[in-house]
Write a protein that binds this ligand. Structure first.
Ligand code: AMP
Ligand code: ZN
Length: 492
């Protein structure tokens, strides 16, 4: 079968378009990463998973992918900060209850950056080619601000250096925000300064010699504006024109609009050919918020509630990225059941490959067809709902074939599971950190009880074996007997 055409919705053209890398079969893409002032939540990961699925789909088509995803470790104003005129996000993190554990903002950034990377690994996100940090690219940001001043797109005032939105006629082309009123709502990183030429002019450099994080520049001590970091990091690693840029829907305006303005005024060339934005994740039908009690990080679900990280991944990709997605604990439980099916199939296939009978391949053609349908669905604007349904249909075929499948069927099952894992990342963890830890659980004791139960079964003392299972069940620990022995997990 010829490779399907990879199509994604493009926020700029407002239609589903073919993804056409400038260099054939080499996708150069950039994803805006998290601000590391606290733990990334599952909404953030829903967006990062969209990028991961784009990378995986492109790779499944045989493309090379250069994926850059940054870490924002410089503080930037949040909307509420603008109105109360106070701290930026990093400072806020440091002054929070959790922040008091850190000596300084740099340590705080390191800590949350490493938690973010750990959670990314647990959710089976592929490691990007580069994960640059904004603080490692201050020099490039200063040079970019200087260049924009020199070529007339930016100007200096007593409080900073501002990009002049009127100097770029394409301003507003991504978001459609061209009228004065909506431009005034360009809240994040817009500073009130009477010397600004237009209210929507945004900061490239803020002068502030009192700030927690500051660098010296030709404009004096201060720190860069938020939008500039992504422009320089994308261009440093991927070139002046990139193929695809991704992020959550809130970044369309002002962040990405401002990135386009800066980048195109720096180079005179188009900045990016395809814009992909993920709609926001809700939890149990509500906006996620700490006060509503529906705010989850990956570690809440995995470490506190004992969920399998792959089930979290499954639940987060079950909804298509282009529609608002509702994450529920019931959805997570369903996902856990589906992950177990993949793992059951995998275990049976491994066993049958080694010890199964010789005989015809009963699975190959069915599974090949299902994988093709899975890939076609992913190429159709990342239709994960259909892709996952096709992958599950594959598990049903394998489970029907049974534990005693032939070696040839097992080889087809393994090939299907490998390809499905490559495309969706839901069959097996790609790094060891994926195993959930259950809090407050004495794993040694559970393992000893599992062993005792095994011995009891061997000695035909089924009453004792059942009693052990019931005891653990009453503690919320579920036992699973599989071909590789007995495993345990904490019920969500
Ligand atoms: P931040 O750390 O706030 O810069 O966010 C990192 C990424 O997560 C950005 O692409 C945001 O658009 C995205 N994001 C934030 N909240 C959500 C949410 N509830 N659902 C999906 N994506 C989100
Ligand atoms: Zn960005």
């Amino acid at each position: 079968m010829a490779s399907p055409v990879f199509r994604l919705y493009d926020t700029m053209s407002r239609q589903v378009e073919e993804v056409t890398p400038l260099e054939p079969d080499h996708l150069r893409m950039y994803t805006c990463g998290p601000t590391v002032y606290n733990v990334a939540h599952i909404g953030n990961f829903h967006t990062f998973l969209t990028s991961d699925l784009i990378v995986r789909t492109a790779q499944a088509l045989g493309w090379r992918v250069s994926h850059v995803s940054n870490i924002t470790d410089v503080g930037h104003l949040t909307e509420s900060d603008v109105s109360d005129g106070s701290e930026d996000r990093m400072a806020k993190g440091l002054h929070s209850k959790e922040g008091s554990a850190f000596a300084n903002v740099w340590d705080l950034a390191d800590h949350y950056a490493s938690l973010y990377k750990e959670d990314s690994r647990r959710l089976n996100l592929l490691e990007p080619m580069v994960r640059p940090r904004a603080t490692q690219h201050i020099r490039e940001q200063i040079l970019a601000a200087e260049k924009l001043v020199k070529n007339g797109h930016a100007y200096e005032t007593p409080t900073g250096v501002y990009f002049s939105v009127k100097s770029f006629k394409g301003y507003g082309k991504l978001s459609g925000n061209k009228d004065q009123e909506s431009l005034k709502r360009a809240v994040r990183n817009v500073v009130t300064d009477d010397n600004k030429r237009h209210p929507a002019d945004f900061a490239l450099w803020k002068k502030d010699d009192k700030h927690l994080m500051q660098w010296y520049s030709p404009f004096g001590w201060g720190f860069p504006g938020w939008h500039l970091e992504c422009t320089v990091m994308a261009q440093t690693y991927l070139g002046e024109t990139i193929d695809l840029h991704a992020g959550g829907e809130d970044l369309v305006f002002p962040h990405h609009e401002c990135e386009i303005a800066q980048s195109e005024c720096l180079t005179g060339k188009p900045f990016c050919n395809h814009w992909v934005h993920t709609r926001f994740l809700q939890v149990e039908g509500e906006k996620m918020s700490k006060s509503e009690g529906n705010f989850y990080s990956v570690r809440d679900l995995v470490d506190e509630m004992g969920a399998d990280p792959l089930a979290v991944r499954y639940a987060l990709i079950a909804g298509v990225y282009g529609k608002p997605m509702n994450f529920t604990l019931q959805g997570l439980r369903d996902a856990a059941g589906n992950i177990e099916r993949f793992q059951q199939c995998d275990a049976w296939a491994v066993k049958a490959l080694a010890k199964g009978p010789f005989g015809p391949d009963e699975l190959g053609p069915t599974l090949d067809g299902l994988y093709e349908e899975c890939l076609v669905a992913m190429c159709d604007d990342l239709n994960t709902a259909v892709a996952l349904a096709k992958a599950l249909e594959g598990t049903r075929a394998i489970l029907r074939e049974g534990e005693a499948m032939s070696k040839a069927s097992a080889a087809s099952a393994r090939a299907f599971l490998d390809k499905t894992n490559g495309l969706l990342g839901i069959v097996r963890p790609e790094s060891p950190g994926c195993t959930p830890k259950a809090p407050g659980v004495d794993e040694g004791r559970i393992l000893a009880l599992i062993e005792e139960r095994g011995e009891a079964k061997k000695g035909r003392d089924f009453a004792r074996a059942d009693a052990i299972r019931s005891q653990l069940e009453s503690e919320g620990i579920e036992l699973r007997d599989g071909p590789e022995g007995t495993t345990w997990r904490r019920r969500v």
